[in-house]
Design a protein around this ligand. Structure first.
Ligand code: NDP
Length: 448
């Protein structure tokens, strides 16, 4: 183990030296490096080939200027990114995020996580991620269109159906994918399914909209079943009220759980009777309003400003579905105190390192993002398959495959957990299961 410790320490020092201003990337990389120590001890060939040295360095990362014109005639300039992290097992695949917080550190952390997540799906897709610090909030449809066209004018030089197939993420939904796809087609004259998350009228997949939220609940069900327990009758807190949160709410409710909260970046609603799905969908998907309006429509609900994780109630399951680092160490302590037995992450990296340590120290069963929210990218890969075949599969067909993929992800993580004697550490289990396939592919292809 001494060699392993020294090797990991050197890698961390290199990352700190090369990327001193990338805290999100450092956090993600260090967590994975630590959890791979037992694998390295068993497989010295990975150290010999310095597989991890290659794995933490993107194959390619670029930044570009995105000029666009606002409705008032003024000219704006944003910054665009695409990180093509690892193509060992297939074309780069990962979403585009539009949010003012986007920077290279965030795109690299997301792209790095995507490598393992995509590997866990069992489908042939590599890891990548992109986005811009453009804020879509409050922009008109015309402004969104001009931004997306400008963004794609540069991005299209670097992507392709066998090279890199982007998708949506925060701030990029059906409207944005449509504008991006239209511009790609205009510039390239080809219908090659270059983006996923497309509209059903032009090559999208049924069940893609539902995939991440439904997939989270399929994974959660498998995780809970693995502990000889059941989701039925459990009380659940969900954060966020976007795509992931809404479809997690829908599936969890169908499975007999009671979801009592949803939130946005301003505050949260608590409804002890259970959150009403139709009301949330009307506010968020139809009116594009704020979650505060839920309490104006439903008399049993109460709206409060701040983080939903500070609400002190007894409940069983926490499903963070909003954004990175939304649960810190103190909030995790409250989660433990409130009697929560399971945390499964719909959002990417919603729990800080301190929060995860608190779950583990208190035997809260923890399903990490790269396993729990892989449903979105899994169905994106199924969309690529349908585009290649020039066929559209039925909702049930896609949904059944999604369920199988999510159950398999739990089983692979559980198997790695048992093989390495990790005592129900499904985070390390997922990292190991995702890593082993990528590592073997990298070794097989030479000069990693
Ligand atoms: P959306 O943009 O649809 O929704 C994000 C939600 O989170 C909104 O309700 C937003 O509120 C809320 N939110 C954002 N920041 C905060 C904050 N600081 N505190 C509380 N709430 C906040 O995004 P998605 O639902 O698509 O994505 C959510 C998460 O899931 C992200 O981490 C994303 O990377 C991850 N994910 C998404 C996938 C997908 O298929 N969509 C796939 C895999 C992962 P507000 O409106 O105020 O901003």
């Amino acid at each position: 183990m001494a060699d392993v410790e020294g090797y990991i320490k050197d890698l961390k020092d290199t990352i700190k030296h090369r990327d001193p201003n990338q805290p999100e990337f450092q956090e993600a990389a260090f967590t994975v490096l630590d959890s791979l120590k037992p694998v390295l001890a068993k497989h010295p060939e990975y150290i010999k080939a310095n597989i991890l040295g290659s794995l933490v360095e993107p194959e390619r990362a670029f930044q570009f200027r995105v000029p666009w014109q606002a409705d008032d005639g003024s000219f704006k300039v944003n910054r665009g990114f695409r990180v093509q992290f690892n193509s060992a097992i297939g074309p780069y695949k990962g979403g585009l995020r539009l949010h003012p917080s986007v920077n290279l550190s965030i795109v690299k952390f997301l792209g790095f996580e995507q490598i393992f997540k995509n590997s866990l799906t069992g489908l042939p897709i590599g890891g990548g991620k992109g986005g811009s610090d453009f804020d879509p909030k409050g922009k008109s449809d015309a402004e969104i269109m001009r931004f997306c066209q400008s963004f794609m004018t540069e991005l299209q030089k670097h992507i392709g159906p066998d090279l890199d197939v982007p998708a949506g993420d925060i701030g990029v939904g059906g409207r944005e994918i449509g504008f991006l796809y239209g511009q790609y087609k205009r510039l390239n004259g080809s219908q090659n399914g270059i983006l996923t998350g497309k509209g059903l009228e032009y090559g999208g997949s049924l069940a893609r909209t539902e995939a991440t939220g439904y997939g989270l609940i399929y994974y959660l069900n498998a995780l809970i079943k693995g502990q000889n327990d059941s989701l039925k009758g459990k009380t659940v807190k969900i954060s966020g009220s976007g795509n992931v949160a809404i479809y997690a709410l829908k599936k969890a409710t169908e499975e007999g759980a009671k979801v009592v909260t949803v939130s946005d970046s301003n505050g949260y609603v608590y409804d002890p009777n259970g959150i009403d799905l139709a009301t949330v969908q009307q506010i968020k998907e139809v009116e594009r309003g704020r979650i505060k309006e839920y309490a104006e429509k439903i008399s049993t609900a109460k709206y409060s400003e701040g983080s939903v994780w500070d609400l002190d109630i007894d409940y069983d399951i926490a499903l963070p579905c909003a954004t990175q680092n939304e649960i810190d160490g103190d909030e995790a302590k409250l989660i433990v105190k409130d009697g929560v037995k399971y945390v499964a992450e719909g959002a990417n990296m919603p729990s800080t390192t301190e929060a995860i340590a608190a779950y583990k120290a208190n035997k809260v069963i923890y399903g990490p993002a790269k396993a729990a929210n892989a449903g979105g990218v899994a169905v994106s890969a199924l969309e690529m398959s349908q585009n290649s075949e020039r066929l559209s599969w039925s909702f049930d067909d896609v949904d059944t495959r999604l369920k199988g993929i999510m159950e398999n992800i739990y089983e692979m993580s559980d198997a790695a957990d048992k093989e390495y004697g990790l005592d129900k550490d499904y985070q390390a289990g997922a990292n190991i299961a995702g890593f082993e396939k990528v590592a073997k592919a990298m070794l097989a292809q030479g000069l990693v």
